[in-house]
Design a protein around this ligand. Structure first.
Ligand code: GLU
Length: 534
């Protein structure tokens, strides 16, 4: 039976790279009628949090990646959390100690750093080995347990990268139990993959050099190892690795540009605007600190949209889970025949490890935006209403409060013209409250005395139309308004600015029907007062 697993460490949000690892494992299991296991690797007591674990489960659910065995959302930790399995690990740790394949090591971190520095100075790689003369055989602090890695070469066949061999002289004796008594990742992963019957370990290439260590452990424990496949990493278009640091990079860059280009902007004024101390801002700008809170504060002060990195960022930006899933499937994997838009069923049918490349995948944001627009345009109302509900659950736009008939109406107006749900949420704000007038548009379209006369004329024409407004009643006056000016349509722009605040909106007829007579006339009056006030 094919059984794969996704084994995130709950130390942060689910990154798109992690989501892709989960997706490929899920696809491989589903395609072969196997099982997909979710395991939370929370052996790092300091960095693991329950919120992170809950967030990862929620993101996987949002993506529709269901698991056959694993944590139960909203429930207590079960045996799919490594922190609940200490007894099991201890049993196997004892076994290795008894057979003298694992041994206590006493170096403090400072001693290890000195050993490493010495090796570096002598231009030789540092490998910790049981037989090395400089090893401490006793010590005062808490000891760790190390695994005596065999001295022979380890070879394996990676299903993506092919034959991999690591010579015996390359190995070192890894720590398998930390001084806090918890097993390390290396040990827990081997024990769990074995006991959980994992047949295929598909993970990112950054783990490639861990695999020989794991194979050493399998051998020592007398177990057959699963098949391994290491997937290419996810890179930005500029060939840097896509990482959460990209957000602070973007905020830092925007702040530096602002300080350089705007003579009125100083370190002090920018810090005040962002609610930071000048010292904290300076430290951030000099890359001494990568604080997410500073990043967010700067982004808000500079009205900067940070690059999406984590799954929840994409959800908040209004990407559909199907579109994101389709897109990440194509990072490093190709179904052939240049196919791009693929449903979940098609992905399952076409997925194969042979289609995964060896080189880094690229995350092309423009393509994702295009793909999301395609998904939106081809989704029916029910699908988009569901997507809106899930988007509304994590965002705070006024559209959240819209009743269903109004939402359907808005979808009708925006479906063809939005790349993300956030675009509709942002652009439709004026349906839920008085618009913020775009002063450039006001000046451009209602700047002259003649324009103001047209504005009054429009108000006169529309006040003659009784409520409730519908297309039958509104078509004739709108036609009159279009032809009011010498340049056809100029008066319509005045009307558009009055009701929406700016020069772009969905078709006026639909817009006015949805706003209704009272609101429309009120806004025409507001604009008139605004332009009169100058
Ligand atoms: N917990 C590890 C990580 O998040 C899992 C690596 C693996 O798949 O073995 O990187």
């Amino acid at each position: 039976m094919i059984r794969t697993r996704f084994a995130p460490s709950p130390t942060g949000f689910l990154h798109v790279g992690g989501a892709r690892t989960a997706l490929f494992n899920w696809l491989f299991a589903r395609k072969h009628g196997g099982e997909f296991v979710l395991r939370i690797e929370d052996t790092d007591q300091v960095r693991s949090t329950a919120e992170s674990a809950a967030g990862i489960l929620a993101d996987l659910q949002w993506l529709g990646l269901d698991w056959d065995r694993g944590p139960v959302p909203g429930k207590e930790k079960n045996e799919y959390f490594q922190s609940m399995r200490l007894e099991i690990y201890n049993q196997y740790l004892d076994q290795l100690v008894k057979s003298d394949i694992a041994y206590e090591a006493y170096e403090t971190p400072a001693q290890l750093a000195a050993m490493r520095a010495k090796a570096e100075k002598e231009k030789r790689p540092f490998r910790y080995r049981r037989n090395m003369p400089s090893r401490a055989t006793s010590g005062q602090g808490p000891s760790v347990l190390r695994f005596e890695m065999p001295h022979e070469a380890v070879e394996f066949n990676d299903l993506i990268l092919g034959h991999i061999a690591v010579g015996g002289e390359e190995h070192d004796d890894i720590v398998i139990r930390k001084s806090d008594g918890f097993p390390t990742y290396h040990f827990a992963v081997v024990v769990d993959d074995h006991l959980m019957g994992i047949s295929h370990v598909l993970r990112a290439q950054e783990h490639l050099m861990n695999t020989p260590k794991h194979l050493g452990l399998y051998r020592a424990l007398g177990w057959q190892a699963p098949v391994h496949a290491h997937m290419p990493l996810v890179f930005n278009m500029d060939n840097t690795k896509m990482s959460k640091r990209d957000k602070s990079k973007a905020a830092r860059h925007a702040a530096q540009m602002m300080l350089k280009q705007d003579p009125t902007c100083t370190m002090e004024s920018l810090a005040t605007r962002a609610g930071l101390t000048p010292e904290a801002l300076a430290a951030f700008l000099h890359q001494k600190q990568d604080d997410p809170a500073i990043t967010q504060a700067l982004a808000a002060a500079l009205k900067l949209q940070l690059p999406e990195i984590d799954v929840q960022d994409f959800r908040r930006s209004g990407y559909l889970s199907d579109a994101l899933l389709n897109f990440i499937a194509l990072i490093g994997w190709a179904p052939g025949e240049n196919r791009e838009i693929l449903s979940r069923e098609e992905l399952k049918a076409l997925f194969s490890l042979e289609g995964i490349g060896k080189t880094n995948g690229r995350f092309d944001r423009k393509k994702l935006l295009w793909m999301n627009g395609e998904y939106i345009r081809h989704s029916d109302d029910a699908t988009l209403l569901r997507a809106m509900a899930s988007f509304g659950a994590v965002t705070d736009y006024p559209i959240k409060a819209a009743p269903e008939p109004m939402l359907r109406n808005l979808l009708g107006m925006y479906r063809e013209r939005m790349g993300t749900l956030a675009e509709m949420a942002e652009n439709s704000r004026f349906f839920f409250g008085p618009p913020d007038y775009d002063l450039k548009a006001v000046k451009k379209f209602v700047g002259s005395e003649t324009d103001r006369n047209y504005l009054r004329e429009i108000t006169r024409i529309l006040s003659a139309i009784p409520s409730p407004w519908n297309s039958e009643k509104l078509n004739p006056p709108l036609e009159t308004i279009i032809t009011l000016t010498e340049k056809r349509g100029a008066a319509s722009q005045i009307l558009r600015v009055a009701v929406s605040g700016g020069a772009v909106s969905p078709p006026l007829l639909d817009t006015l029907i949805l706003l209704g007579r009272d609101v429309t006339l009120q806004r025409l009056g507001n604009l008139e007062r605004l332009v009169q006030a100058g």
